[in-house]
Design a protein around this ligand. Structure first.
Ligand SMILES: Cc1cc2nc3c(=O)[nH]c(=O)nc-3n(C[C@H](O)[C@H](O)[C@H](O)COP(=O)(O)O)c2cc1C
Length: 367
């Protein structure tokens, strides 16, 4: 029994290390498809009637104040290299007044020693918004509410993220493609944890239809994590190839660009639910963030672009965030928006493929 547990821990730890290594060393982003934010045009304002220095980008999300509508997306924990990564992200977020989520915490339930690869975030960042994280697959199997509370307490977390990743599970060599009862499982989390539950994808996008179901069971916010940035079917393709699992390898290749482009997912979710939305999946510039807010997001989350800086130092992570902040403020200056509230009402034009996605939806909320 102890041997079985040890094997399980070792397998999770090495998987986490492989994910980090692959994301650092290999091309893991969508190949031929994009977020479609290139099809969203904000309108230039030649008469902005404001000075750059007076632009206020502070934002609110689930009752928390952020200095900017930007978070570090869920990435890691449960592996040796993950502790430093989480620490550097947390320190940068604390200094800048931003927020973060940790990666799936399942590993910490098997081995207490791994807890500190996650809890380092709260130790390094006593004041920021931090999200705990667990997957849809374990939740489908009847995840004990006591365990969910433990994950939250480990970080003194402000919310629990539930990541929904069927496309990853089906390609992952040791994946668990079983999602039956996922809704009732998430409902249990909503009822029993005493914290807001945020449902997120991992890079394949949440549809308006799925968002409506999630809202109906009491989920507090949706992070769309759409297609166009990191592709987890790509990450698992590398692993399947290495393990010589031919059918998984072929599936990973087939589904490399699977998913709802982030801008289409955001549009559909915004037209389907009232709860706050986090725009993520391929968010790479402050202009993407400005477009997201104009389209109805409350926040944006960025994952892969922070990974390499997080292996270097908290200052390197800070620099990455500061670039995004500079670009966001610039976008607000040239659209004449003094604050986030004004940006939310900023006009925009939708063109090209995104327009096709929207007009192709049988009902705006039903993709
Ligand atoms: C190295 C790495 C590990 C990740 N691990 C998790 C995870 O454990 N839980 C989760 O919810 N999302 C995880 N994600 C997905 C991200 O949160 C995000 O949804 C996805 O990468 C798309 O955003 P991006 O294009 O900015 O990277 C991970 C992403 C990366 C790059």
């Amino acid at each position: 029994m102890a041997q079985e547990k040890n094997d399980k821990i070792r397998a999770i730890m090495s998987r986490k290390e492989e994910h980090i290594k692959i994301c650092l060393d290999k091309p893991v982003q969508s190949k031929d498809k994009r977020t479609l934010f290139n099809n969203v045009q904000l309108i230039n304002d030649s008469l902005p009637e404001l000075d750059y220095d007076e632009i206020d980008i502070s934002a609110d999300f689930l009752g928390h104040k952020f200095s900017a509508p930007i978070m570090a997306g869920a990435m890691t924990g449960g592996a040796e290299s993950a502790k430093k990564i989480n620490e550097n992200i947390a320190v940068a977020c604390e200094e800048l007044g931003l927020g973060m989520a940790v990666g799936s915490q399942r590993a910490a339930l098997y081995d207490k020693v791994l807890e500190e690869t996650y809890s380092i975030t709260r130790k390094s960042a006593p004041n920021i918004f931090i999200g705990a994280n667990i997957g849809g697959a374990p939740i489908s199997k009847g995840f004990p509410i006591g365990d969910a509370r433990r994950l939250i307490e480990m970080l003194d977390a402000n919310a629990l993220y539930v990541h929904l990743n069927p496309a990853q599970e089906i390609v992952q060599p040791e994946g668990e493609p079983s999602y039956k009862n996922v809704m009732s499982g998430i409902k249990e989390m909503v009822k029993g944890t005493g914290k807001p539950v945020i449902a997120k994808e991992v890079g394949f996008g949440i549809s308006g239809n799925a968002a409506k179901k999630l809202e109906s069971i009491g989920v507090s916010a949706i992070e769309v994590a759409g297609m166009g940035g990191t592709s987890y079917t790509a990450v698992e393709w590398y692993r399947a190839k290495e393990m010589k699992m031919r059918s998984k390898e072929m599936l990973g290749n087939l589904l490399w660009d699977w998913g709802i482009p982030t801008a289409a997912s955001l549009y559909s979710v915004k037209h389907s639910v009232m709860i706050p939305i986090v725009s993520s999946g391929g968010i790479r510039t402050g202009l993407d963030i400005a477009k997201s807010i104009a389209m109805g997001a409350s926040m944006s989350a960025v994952a892969l672009p922070l990974l390499r800086p997080a292996t270097v130092s908290s200052d390197a992570v800070k620099e990455a965030f500061e670039n995004l902040i500079y670009e966001l403020k610039a976008a607000m200056f040239i659209t004449g928006c003094k604050n986030i509230e004004e940006l939310k009402h900023s006009r925009y034009v939708i063109t090209g493929e995104l327009k096709d996605w929207i007009s192709g939806m049988s009902d705006r909320s039903k993709i």
